[in-house]
Design a protein around this ligand. Sequence first.
Ligand SMILES: NC(=O)c1ccc[n+]([C@@H]2O[C@H](COP(=O)([O-])OP(=O)(O)OC[C@H]3O[C@@H](n4cnc5c(N)ncnc54)[C@H](OP(=O)(O)O)[C@@H]3O)[C@@H](O)[C@H]2O)c1
Length: 276
Amino acid sequence: MILVAGGTGRLGKVLVPVLRASGSEVRVLTRDRERARGIDGVEVVVGDVRDPVTLDAAVDGAEVVVSAVHGFAGPGRVTPATVDRAGNAHLVDAARRAGADVVLLSVVGASPDSPMELFRAKYDAEQHLRRSGAAWTIVRSTAFVELWAEIMAKPVVLGRGENPINFVAVADVAAVVADAVGDRTRRGQVLEVGGPDDLTFDQFAALLLECEVATGKVRHVPRGVLQAMAVVSRRARAAVAMDTDDMTFDSESRGARPAGRAPTPARLALDQLQVA
Ligand SMILES: NC(=O)c1ccc[n+]([C@@H]2O[C@H](COP(=O)([O-])OP(=O)(O)OC[C@H]3O[C@@H](n4cnc5c(N)ncnc54)[C@H](OP(=O)(O)O)[C@@H]3O)[C@@H](O)[C@H]2O)c1
């Protein structure tokens, strides 16, 4: 049985059917059973990675625990510190006690000195996992096309919008995670996954309009405004970093790729979003 923490999320909802199609039994961990409504053929367990007491029952009997949670945004007063750092540590410890392997979702660029709190917390989660004694695989991903399509449905560009950013289709990340779950030769490896496109936010906004995923006129929030907001806002700090830091990724040379699967161009991922 595979436990997917974050099985109700953007990635989780794509990953769960892939795991089931490969013949695995799947259990989904969620804080709210309602959010798992409509996910077919899975056992649902209620728990919170911030509350270790809820996790032993959740991991009981699991061969592999997938952590696809994050606390950057979302309901329930989450933060990267409580979910990505401490919550992942609790989940990893519970998995180790249960004898389960762990596949941890992290980010390309995770490092102890990243300007982004999320990236520092993911780095700490990776370090905790490496030291835990559990057998592990880390899957680091670039930015999801589908997340940014949702955020930019009204095409507001945060900052100058001239910094190239790598975007990956969620289905490509799910394929790498599913491979990592099933392939024990991947233990002890860090797999990085990205898409074929490095696009600036200006280019991404234009693509959203072309694919009719966004409507309206592209507007910019000036970088200076973001920098002022960054004093108090985690999201503004992240936006400044995305507008200035190196967010590119060479998926040709660095990207993990499941057999027979070419990276999905952002345009195709957006077209598929329209069909769905
Ligand atoms: N989105 C991106 O661009 C991106 C890029 C790189 C890496 N990643 C990583 O990929 C993974 C999936 O991201 P996503 O965009 O699919 O996430 P998402 O759609 O925002 O979903 C977040 C998930 O985290 C769960 N969660 C949050 N706090 C929790 C807590 N305290 N206890 C238990 N579960 C909790 C939520 O479950 P409930 O609400 O049901 O409890 C939900 O399933 C994450 O690890 C993320 O860091 C994402």
